[in-house]
Write a protein that binds this ligand. Structure first.
Ligand SMILES: NC(=O)c1ccc[n+]([C@@H]2O[C@H](COP(=O)([O-])OP(=O)(O)OC[C@H]3O[C@@H](n4cnc5c(N)ncnc54)[C@H](OP(=O)(O)O)[C@@H]3O)[C@@H](O)[C@H]2O)c1
Length: 430
């Protein structure tokens, strides 16, 4: 077989970019044998030309000028691994308009201006591939848009942020507090010095928006995603959940029903027997439910230079094969406007803890407040006696607005001393 050389222009050569260059160097011959395409990195844009980089490339490949990489005649495929919105957006648009396929790992960009980019790619008739933007090395985008293209996806639930999963694993397994577990994650390099994007759920929300867009063919942006982080969770919440047979995870949930699209990120209690409950430390996983195929789970490394570069390289090979054959890969297609459900309308089961007076009639007064708002109790347990008595409830599926109204009313009941933690319960719908 005669092979064709396809030349790559990289925008960025940091964790992911440099791992990609090393992977191309290491696997070049094998990729050529398997695909008939020989990959060559011809241009690389970086911010700091003086920085030492662990890649086998000659110095004259590097430039400050991202725009020059995109327009260079010796670049066939553009790989954007700078991150952030600008100048990444500008360079990608320019590349697509010039008829060059683009591979990106940039979740922030896609979750905010994805539609503009997809439409530009569609208009130009070139590939825009972004497997690494959700859950790093784990294949999800291609399965959703190709393998499951003929099925009806109902729900995707994922652990898509390794930092928060590490923190929650430590809190559950060693009884560490949130701040101690965060400090440990920072020491190990799993958490940034400013951990806000991870612990407050912004990173997961961007990924949830991309997942919802691809799974349901809908226009969903990061701002549509209901979001709560994990910084308010206590060790007591996690221990109490464990006592009831649940594990607490930060889940990104995207679902479609006749009422519209539901897309949210929040700490969630899932049954300890659920496949997502066994995902520990900094691993990621996505649990997909679809009509015909049933349940699927994808598990692996959701971040890190090498795992992410593996997903980027898969896309690069697809784009390169299409450059050679003149074909195009599967596209995102038209993203239509679909109603996004307000969190008040979304149904979940709920866990709630009440500190109550331990005397006759208390339970009846509490049950009445649930009943009046149509929130049905699935189970109730009393923990402790006397002044320490706590009641722990798990509800059946209830609208968020009804649960909130119930809590408001419970605060007015004289024998309820305090309404403690409230967590949503998912994956246990019966
Ligand atoms: N790291 C991961 O585990 C991971 C996982 C999934 C997805 N991603 C995504 O992958 C992308 C890259 O992440 P990363 O961790 O590799 O980031 P990084 O280590 O910070 O690398 C960014 C690179 O972009 C270069 N750069 C920054 N501004 C530039 C500009 N204006 N023009 C040209 N080059 C510029 C930097 O140059 P200098 O080297 O000179 O500073 C650096 O080489 C992001 O979108 C990220 O969200 C990363």
């Amino acid at each position: 077989m005669t092979s064709r050389t396809v030349r790559l222009g990289l925008l960025g050569c940091g964790h992911v970019g440099s791992a990609l260059v090393r992977l191309v160097t290491r696997n070049r011959d094998e990729i050529e044998v398997r695909t008939g395409v020989r990959l060559e990195v011809t241009r690389v844009a970086v911010r700091n030309l003086a920085r030492e980089r662990d890649v086998e490339l000659s110095a004259d490949v590097f430039t400050h000028d991202g725009a020059a990489v995109v327009t260079a005649p010796d670049v066939d495929v553009v790989v954007e691994v700078i991150g952030g919105i600008e100048p990444a957006r500008e360079h990608i648009v320019e590349a697509l308009k010039a008829g060059k396929p683009v591979v990106t790992a940039n979740k922030e960009l896609l979750a905010n201006v994805g539609r503009e980019l997809f439409e530009t790619a569609e208009g130009a008739g070139v590939d825009l591939l972004f497997e690494a933007s959700v859950a790093g090395g784990i294949p999800l985008i291609r399965p959703l848009r190709e393998s499951l293209a003929g099925d009806r996806i109902r729900r995707v639930m994922g652990i898509v942020n390794g930092t928060t999963n590490y923190i929650l694993s430590r809190m559950a397994e060693s009884g560490a507090s949130f701040s101690d577990a965060l400090a440990e994650a920072q020491t190990l390099g799993y958490a940034e010095r400013d951990p806000t994007a991870d612990v407050e759920g912004f990173d997961a929300a961007a990924k949830a928006a991309i997942i919802a867009s691809i799974a349901f063919g809908a226009r969903v942006v990061a701002g549509d995603v209901y979001r709560e982080g994990i910084s308010e969770l206590t060790g007591a919440d996690i221990a109490s959940a464990a006592g009831l047979g649940y594990t607490v995870k930060l889940l990104a949930i995207a679902a479609e029903s006749p009422a519209g699209i539901e897309v949210r990120v929040h700490p969630t209690m899932i049954p300890a027997s659920h496949p997502l409950a066994s995902v520990r430390e900094s691993f990621n996983a996505l649990f997909v439910e679809a009509d015909a195929v049933g349940q699927l789970m994808f598990y692996g490394r959701g971040a890190g230079g090498e795992p992410t570069a593996s997903a980027v390289l898969g896309d690069v090979i697809d784009a390169a094969k299409n450059v050679v054959s003149g074909a195009r890969g599967a596209t995102v297609g038209t993203l239509v406007r679909k109603p996004i459900q307000a969190i008040d309308e979304v149904e979940s089961q709920f866990y709630l803890q009440l500190e109550v007076a331990d005397r006759p009639g208390v339970l009846a007064a509490i049950a009445e407040q649930f009943g009046r708002r149509g929130v049905s109790i699935k189970s109730m347990q009393q923990i402790g006696i006397g002044d320490d008595a706590r009641l722990v409830f798990i509800t059946h599926l209830a609208r968020e607005a009804d649960l909130r109204a119930t809590i408001h009313a419970l605060r007015e009941v004289g024998t309820v001393h305090r309404v403690g933690s409230i967590l949503r319960v998912v994956g246990d719908e019966t």
